[in-house]
Design a protein around this ligand. Structure first.
Ligand code: NI
Length: 191
């Protein structure tokens, strides 16, 4: 397995909409070994997720995993999940203000409105159908990753640029209130 370089904001490759993956592509040794590299790269960078777009491979594949993540200690665990051709549908109008960071936007976090309940339809890495409801912070993580596949960064969704913060400033000025807010969210939605 290989740790791949992660593109950062300003790289035009992050702005390309990724292409759908066919079942034949997904079954190929090339794509399966790419998925292994994507997982390896995400873990190496302590990411909660990583989209193929971020390593400049423009196929609709992303990985999500949270387990004792030092970047996001308040995030409940998410088992390793590979989403292929994911389609997300909000299940109601409820949103919450999430403080997001991104491996492609080093050093900066900002506040983004995300749906708290979504339906996720996708394939797993073996082409099995995924169709489930995802809630809370986990739903926000999914939305962030699928945005990458559409060529979007969380920066595009920051409504108030005054919420932008370095990680040090986040920890000093915003973390306490945010952790209180997401703890209530996680208590309500279970993830
Ligand atoms: Ni990201």
């Amino acid at each position: 397995m290989t740790v791949l370089p992660i593109a950062t904001v300003g790289n035009p490759g992050l702005r390309i909409r990724a292409a759908e993956v066919t079942r034949d592509d997904l079954a190929s040794a090339d794509v399966q070994s790419f998925i292994d590299d994507l997982i390896e790269t995400m873990r190496h960078a302590n990411g909660a997720g990583l989209a193929a777009t971020q390593v400049l491979r423009h196929q609709r594949i992303c990985a999500v995993e949270v387990s004792n993540n030092p970047r996001y200690p308040y995030k409940p665990p998410i088992p390793l999940t590979i989403l292929v051709n994911p389609v997300l549908t909000p299940l109601d109008d409820e949103q919450f203000r999430n403080f997001e960071g991104c491996l492609s936007v080093p050093g900066i976090r900002g506040e983004v409105a995300r749906s708290t309940r979504i339906r996720v339809q996708a394939w797993d890495r073996h082409g099995n159908e995924i169709d489930e409801e995802v809630r809370g912070l986990k739903a926000a993580t999914y939305q962030h990753e699928v945005d990458h596949l559409d060529g979007l960064l969380f920066l595009d969704r920051v409504e108030d640029s005054r919420t932008l913060a370095t990680w040090d400033s986040f920890n000093e000025f915003h973390k306490e209130a945010f952790v209180e807010r997401v703890t209530a969210l996680v208590a309500k939605h279970g993830s």
